[in-house]
Every structure is written in C-alpha cells, then in structure tokens.
Design a protein around this ligand. Structure first.
Ligand code: AMP
Ligand code: GLY
Length: 438
C-alpha cells in the first residue's frame, strides 16, 4: 500500500513511522512533511515545498503517486474539509469530515453540542460583542475564567484570567486571532489535573487508543502562555480503571451517540482534553469534565503513544474506514515514554531571530539508549538542519518507568544546541507522574 499523510510536524513524523512499520505498507509520503522525517525509514518521502492548505496540489500529488489512502492528520486541513474533497475524487481519506471535525474548529459549536448531550463541562457563555462580554465579567468579577477564541488558533487562543483586569485584557486580545476570535467564549475555570485521552471511532463504536499528559504552558513550573504543547508523558497513571469507566459512560458514549444524532457520525481519531476536577473526592460520578475535543492525534501526545503500539495501525485504520472497527483493544508495549519539545527561544510569542539557525548534537542525542527524535519546525540546509518553526523537534525517550524515561530524555537534551543559544525547553516534563510514582 501507499499512504499519503497531510501535515508537517512531529505528529505526522510519528504517524509516518507507524505506517512504515507495517509490512503491508510500501511507501509513506508526507506532504508537506519536513526533511528530518526521511531519516527514519527509506519508505518515507516528503514534499516540503508544498504549502499546507493548497488542496489542488495535494490532490494532484495523490493522483500522481497513486496512493491507496490519505491520512488527513492536521487540524486546519480537517477544518478545510480535505477528507470530504479527497473522497469526492474517489481517494479514500482517513479522518473526520468537515462537519464532524467542527467539534474542534468551532469551540462555540462544540460547547453547545456538549451541553445538548449533557456531557460534563464547565459553565460557559459565547460572545460576539465585547461590551456584552465586559458586562458579563462585571456580574462576577472575582471568578477565575478562561477566555477562548472559538476558531483554530494553533493552541494559543486561550487566555486564563485570574482577575477582572486579566479578563478585560483577554477579551481585547480576541481580536488578534482574526476570524477565529470573532466569536469567543468565557468559561468557568476548572481546577484539577489535565490529561489527554485518544480513541479511534468508526462512526458507531470506538476503541481507546492511549492516554498521555501534556504540559501546555511555555515555561518550567507550568508558567507562561499556552503553547501547542511543550512535552508529554505516556501512559498517565491518572487514568485508572474507574476513571476510564466514568469517561466512557459520561463522555465517549454520549459523544459518539450525539454526533450520530446530529447527522455527523464521527470517523477517525478523537482526542479528549479532560480534567479530573477537585470534586474528585465526592462520591457521585462527574469527576471528569471536558476541556475540549480535537479531531486528530495530539502533538506531542502521538509521539509518546504511537511508538508503543503493537497492533498494525493500517489494519485498524482500514477497518474504521469500512465502518467495521476490527478490534476492541489496541495492544501497547509496557514502556513509559517522555517527550520534550525543543523550541526556538521566545516561543510561542516572538522567535523570528531563531529562524535559520543551525541545530547541533542531534546525532549524539539519538545515541542515548531509548531515544528517538521527531522533526517539527526544522529543515535541511546543506549537510545540517536549521530552525524553521517554534517547536523545532520532539525528543522522545522510553524507559521501564518514568524515572528512567525522564533521565534518558534530559541526558539526550543536554547534547543539543541551537546556534546563538536559541534553544528553549521545559526541564520538568513528567513531574506529576514522577510525584505519583514516589
Ligand atoms: P484548550 O485549547 O481549550 O484546550 O485550552 C488550552 C488550555 O487552557 C487547556 O489545556 C487548559 O489548561 C486550559 N483551559 C481551557 N479551558 C479551561 C477551563 N474551562 N478550565 C480550566 N482550564 C482550562
Ligand atoms: N498537544 C496539544 C495538541 O495537540 O493540541
């Protein structure tokens, strides 16, 4: 088989590796992809000169390469309806269609859907009008809230407001997200521990595809602005049997059922960003609440989950596309994995100065036992790699437990430098899991 993956980051890199592992897969193309992906396997080929949302070029490429399947892995491409349009041209595409992926690309639609089907969520209101939003804040100025652009914003459209002033600043910042921020939400701030959980759905049924804990804010100690994700550990012991059972009953089942009733049956990967609220000590259920759904794998969650997958991914994907999910469990190895995002200094706000700067030490880092590096914002220049984005790479280390995985990850990170001291990363990835293990 020949597969084409749409996207260019660390998520697409690990997906390419996962498909390439199958003896049934002859070639994996990634468009645009990044140069570093080709180091993983001779089966992988990238097309980095293409721009991400140029559908006509992707269609031409898919036809020319005569691919058997397109995996639309990236959120903007899903929101543009790539799955629908490939399908119309007779090319099977994996992922939710445009209407189903609205669960990610419109937070307004998503929250209204969740409310209608009684999923556990924080209180929220949606706004288009700044004045109305300000008077809403006036009614209860002390509360902790989250101000959120409704549309896609590279994981950066959410602002935490602890004070009235923060809330006003957050409201006025919505403009900077252009059409994505025209409608915005103000949500009750939930207190608790966050997690990411993945399931693969065929429209009627789903199978759990792993759990992880992301570290969303830019700086060590959970400080600074939100980012696309600074590092992960997987699996997370936060999700024990009883919590998983609660998630299935109160979140996943009503999600699948509701999407079908809305005429938007969900096919593909669903990513639940959940929070285990402090009310967790109370006897009644409803401990877990939904922060958001995404219509795809997470980055870097995919990088710590997929390397441990023992079931052939293409078999699962094919069965989903035939709406006959082949399995009720996905098999994983028993390793623990930690990823650290190597970022350009200044990420996520201002990091232009790092662009084009040389990256050193990748080969030395890869020599540490259990370490793999997935490329994201980087490109080849002559014989080395240079910075080409905010999150440059995700370094993943596996180990028998969280201690070993972290130790290997940070030993490997100590070998990597970016010209002009332009590397930034968090030094505390996995700290919650570590605390739980002591
Ligand atoms: P989102 O893009 O909706 O996942 O939001 C980004 C991050 O903001 C989440 O990972 C949470 O850390 C935080 N967040 C968003 N909404 C809430 C909420 N209602 N309560 C607590 N934290 C939230
Ligand atoms: N890790 C967060 C995301 O993929 O959206």
């Amino acid at each position: 088989m020949k597969i084409l993956i749409i996207g260019s980051g660390g998520r697409e890199h690990v997906l390419a590796e996962t498909y390439a592992k199958s003896h049934r897969v002859k070639k994996v193309y990634v468009a645009p992809g990044n140069d570093f992906m080709e180091e993983t396997s001779s089966k992988i080929q990238v097309f980095p000169h293409l721009s991400l949302l140029d559908f006509e070029k992707f269609l031409k490429l898919a036809k020319k390469l005569d691919v058997d399947l397109v995996d639309v892995a990236q959120d903007n491409a899903l929101a543009e309806g790539f799955v629908d349009t490939f399908g119309k041209h007779g090319i099977p595409a994996f992922g939710p269609n445009k209407r189903a992926s609205e669960i990610e690309w419109s937070k307004e639609w998503a929250r209204k859907f969740m409310k209608k089907y009684k999923l556990p969520i924080p209180d929220f209101e949606t706004f288009k009008d700044t004045k109305k939003a300000v008077s809403y804040i006036e009614k209860n100025p002390e509360a902790i809230r989250f101000i959120k652009a409704s549309g896609l914003a590279l994981g950066k459209g959410v602002i935490r407001a602890d004070t009235k002033k923060d809330a006003y600043d957050g409201i006025s910042m919505m403009k900077q997200f252009g059409s994505s921020g025209k409608t915005f939400l103000i949500e009750e701030g939930l207190i608790g521990e966050e997690f990411s959980l993945f399931a693969i759905c065929d429209g009627k049924r789903y199978v759990i595809a792993g759990t992880a804990q992301d570290h969303k804010t830019a700086f060590t100690g959970d400080l600074g602005p939100n980012t696309g994700g600074m590092g992960c550990n997987a699996p997370t012991s936060l999700i024990n049997r009883s919590i998983l059972s609660e998630i299935k009953t109160t979140i996943l089942s009503p999600f699948i059922h509701g999407m079908t009733l809305e005429g938007r049956p969900y096919t593909g990967i669903i990513y639940l960003g959940g929070i285990l609220t402090k009310k967790g000590n109370l006897p009644a259920g409803r401990q877990v609440k939904v922060i958001e759904f995404n219509a795809r794998w997470g980055e870097p969650e995919a990088n710590v989950i997929l390397p441990g997958l023992q079931t052939d991914y293409i078999d699962i994907v094919e069965s989903v596309m035939m709406q006959e999910l082949m399995t009720t469990t996905m098999r994983f190895d028993n390793q623990v994995r930690v990823s650290v995002a190597g970022c350009a200094k200044g990420y996520p706000t201002n990091y232009d100065q790092a662009k084009g700067k040389k990256i050193f030490g990748l080969n030395d880092a890869k020599k540490i036992k259990g370490v793999t590096i997935y490329g994201s914002g980087m490109k080849r220049k002559d014989t080395s790699y240079v910075v080409n984005g905010g999150r440059i790479f995700h370094l993943v280390a596996e180990g028998k437990d969280i201690h070993q995985a972290r130790e290997r990850a940070y030993t490997a990170m100590s070998h990597i430098f970016v010209e002009g001291n332009n590397l930034q990363f968090r030094t505390d990835i996995g700290f919650r899991e570590l605390a739980r293990s002591l």
